[in-house]
Write a protein that binds this ligand. Structure first.
Ligand code: ACO
Length: 357
């Protein structure tokens, strides 16, 4: 892995903002999920915009040209088209050569399925340099009148660049991918209800629905599956890598909610400071969440060369994916327009105004 990057929309929506139109509370959301705010793309930002920003951030950090990318893989659980794929549109947007470009559908495990695929394409000689982008606009896949799902998700994108063993970067030393289709009913989508334009909800809740569907889930079953698979993945990846749990510097999990992370950490006997977490600020960003969390911890210098980072994800399908990385000199970029504004100087207020337009 030569680079990891993330891109976020600027619009920050707090639990208090959501309380203004939904029968919920900051106390309920934070105590059950750990989420305090999320980013929302807003009607003017497309899925492709977010994907292209993450891709350009990764390319810029690595010093690679788009012309050097021979394969583009995208994942999105909240796509805006059945076809053409997001990957084909991104290939054209960036000006990559005409190698394979395709989307994978593995829900929240998409980025890790992408890493596994990229490694095999490179090992078999079919590709030399692969771009993987996971981009999500879940704000267009939730029913904003359903408090049990609307409060959980956020928008964002993450990207990986993967090259051959001759490139500088982090080494993929173990991969574990899987699925159990008998759990397909646990998490899925339903036809979207009509949006009542006369109501008082803010504009970001009225963006075009992703393929006319909204997310539907059995929260308790998802909780049980997620905590179990997270624990198993970390144990299996440590075993494949030939290390004990104490040898893992950081677990970088899918950011579904902080109670899932705390439960899995407790079962593994690991302290929470060994789990990367941004769910408080970003909510659940589905397949973008692992690259987003990895880019953030790497940008903060929390990984040193030689450290083991254990990336783990789980999602609808049911799917799961894990990758053990030995950290090396890896290019990192975080494209976050809201972070550039000083919270004390009115920056977030400007963002808030955008929400209320
Ligand atoms: N605000 C206030 N009350 C709410 C809200 C809300 N946002 N949502 C639900 N409630 C109410 C319900 O209506 C219910 O009220 P009732 O008792 O009067 O009927 C009560 O809270 C309890 O509802 P439950 O659904 O039983 O709440 P639970 O304790 O199971 O918590 C939660 C729900 C947080 C979703 C939990 O099941 C969970 O953590 N599940 C994991 C699912 C998850 O994180 N999914 C993420 C997406 S999937 C993925 O990424 C793989």
């Amino acid at each position: 892995m030569v680079a990891v990057a993330s891109a976020l929309p600027a619009l920050r929506i707090s639990n208090a903002d959501v309380e203004t139109f939904l029968d919920t509370s900051d106390e309920w959301i934070a105590s059950r999920t750990g989420i305090r705010e999320r980013r929302i793309a807003g009607p003017e930002v497309s899925l492709l915009d977010l994907a292209a920003r993450a891709a350009r951030a990764a390319l810029g950090a690595a010093g690679w040209e788009a012309a050097e990318i021979d394969t583009v893989i995208c994942s999105s659980s909240s796509p805006d088209e059945t076809f053409p794929s997001l990957a084909c549109r991104l290939q054209a947007e960036l000006g990559c050569p005409h190698g394979p470009a395709f989307d994978i559908q593995a829900a929240c495990s998409g980025a890790l399925y992408g890493l596994g695929l990229a490694q095999s394409l490179i090992q078999t000689g079919l590709s030399r340099r692969v771009l993987i982008v996971s981009a999500e606009v879940f704000s267009r896949l939730v029913d904003w009148s359903d408090r049990s799902t609307a409060v959980l998700f956020g928008d964002g994108a993450g990207a990986f660049l993967v090259g051959g063993p001759d490139e500088e970067g982090s080494q993929i030393i173990a991969i574990d991918l899987g699925a159990d289709g008998s759990g397909a009913h646990t998490l899925g989508t339903l036809p979207a209800p009509e949006i009542d334009l006369a109501d008082r909800r803010p504009p970001y809740t009225r963006s075009a629905r992703a393929l006319g569907r909204v997310v539907s889930m059995n929260g308790r079953e998802v909780f049980r599956f997620s905590t179990r698979i997270l624990e198993q993945l970390v144990l299996r990846l440590a075993e494949s890598a030939g290390v004990g749990l104490e040898g893992i510097r950081l677990v970088v999990p899918h950011q579904a909610n902080s109670r899932i992370l705390a439960t899995a950490a407790g079962r593994l006997g690991l302290p929470m400071d060994r789990f990367a977490s941004n769910v408080e600020r970003l909510g659940n960003t589905s397949s973008a969440s692992v690259p987003l969390a990895l880019a953030e911890v790497a940008a903060k210098g929390e990984l040193e060369n030689g450290d083991l980072a254990c990336l783990v994800a789980f999602g609808a399908g049911l799917t799961w994916g894990g990758v053990m990385l030995r950290w090396g000199p890896t290019a990192v970029a975080v494209d976050d327009p809201a972070a550039e504004s000083d919270p004390g100087s009115g920056g977030p207020d400007m963002v808030r105004e955008e929400a209320e337009e």
